[in-house]
Ligand binder design. Structure first.
Ligand code: DGY
Length: 321
């Protein structure tokens, strides 16, 4: 048995695989940094299972390099836009993800960004550390109130709903849009009102993206969308970078078309558009949505569990293809 894990992941996942198939079956290919493409193509040879990261592009070439013994690609992420599902289906390779376990942690982070951007936490910290703070000032770094405002959620899946639940604590009005409307009882429980994208853009004080990356959602937020938002709006993205046209976001932040942004994911990670880097009113963090000790451990365990199920002849519990 050969199981290829492309990065060091929490021990819990590795231990599960080692216990199930023996330590010698598990190859961790990379200690630090993403595995280079050539090394990936080499390392996957003869693999029965692959546990890649969202930074690894798993396409037909990788699947072919692994060979006909490959039975599952268990992505260590809930998003799976890094995997060519059609190529996997054609070759009879199962694909799984890690849903559920990172929902609340990612929702926490979306709120962290929302609040940090609204209250200018990044600017304030930079100001203080630069030694520029000389005294309390009535007009210094004034931000926006969150309580009582309107929250707009673009994509009302598991994470969008977890974000909506937290809004109750801030007495917010919640609007959402999604390709699929929630059942009425779910909407009522969340206090969320379904609307169209144009209304969401027009009415949200805080707009947060929680959709998967698909051809339909690529650049769902570009010049026209930012222009349609309130000048006082705060935009948050913890979904996938290409959902947002980063150059357009930078233009909107600079022109004051929106007030601020909190961004966790970028179009070409780890590169961040230089114009966005220059925006004082953007809080920028390096794809940390699921980055809590417990959640990363659960993700590793879920990915390992999918591999164990398939290599023992069963169905992966979190199959996406
Ligand atoms: C995911 O699982 O898709 C997240 O982006 C990882 O943080």
């Amino acid at each position: 048995m050969k199981i290829v894990v492309t990065r060091v992941i929490p021990e819990r996942g590795l231990d599960m695989l080692r216990e199930a198939f023996g330590a010698e079956a598990v190859t961790v290919t990379q200690q630090d940094g993403p595995i280079p493409r050539a090394a990936l193509l080499e390392e996957v040879r003869g693999a029965d299972a692959l546990l890649p990261m969202l930074t690894d592009r798993i396409d037909g070439a990788v699947l072919d390099a692994a060979g006909p013994g490959l039975r599952i690609v268990a992505n260590n992420a809930v998003g799976f836009d890094n995997i060519d599902l059609a190529a996997a289906r054609e070759r009879g390779v199962a694909v799984s993800n890690t849903p559920g376990v990172l929902t609340e942690t990612t929702a926490d982070l979306a709120w962290t960004l929302l609040m940090a951007a609204a209250r200018r936490v990044g600017e304030g910290e930079r100001f203080l550390r630069a030694g520029q703070w000389t005294c309390w000032s009535p007009m210094q770094l004034l931000g926006l109130d969150i309580h009582g405002a309107t929250l707009g959620i673009f994509g009302m899946g598991r994470i969008g709903q977890a974000v909506a639940r937290r809004a109750a604590g801030f007495s917010m009005r919640v609007l959402y849009t999604d390709a699929n409307r929630l059942p009425e009882d779910a909407e009522n429980a969340l206090g969320a009102v379904f609307t169209d994208k144009a209304t969401l853009l027009r009415e949200a004080d805080f707009l947060t993206a929680h959709c998967p990356l698909t051809p339909e959602t690529r650049h769902a937020f570009s010049d026209a969308e930012f222009a349609a938002m309130k000048k006082t709006a705060v935009f948050v993205n913890t979904s996938r970078g290409p959902v947002v046209d980063e150059a357009a976001l930078a233009r909107a932040l600079r022109a004051g078309e929106i007030f601020a942004a909190g961004i966790d994911v970028f179009e070409e990670e780890p590169r961040v558009h230089p114009d966005l880097m220059d925006c004082e009113n953007a809080v920028l963090i390096p794809h940390l949505g699921s980055a809590s000790v417990e959640t990363r451990s659960r993700m590793a365990a879920l990915a390992a569990g999918n591999i164990i199920a398939v290599l023992r002849g069963g169905e992966p519990p979190n199959r996406v293809a």
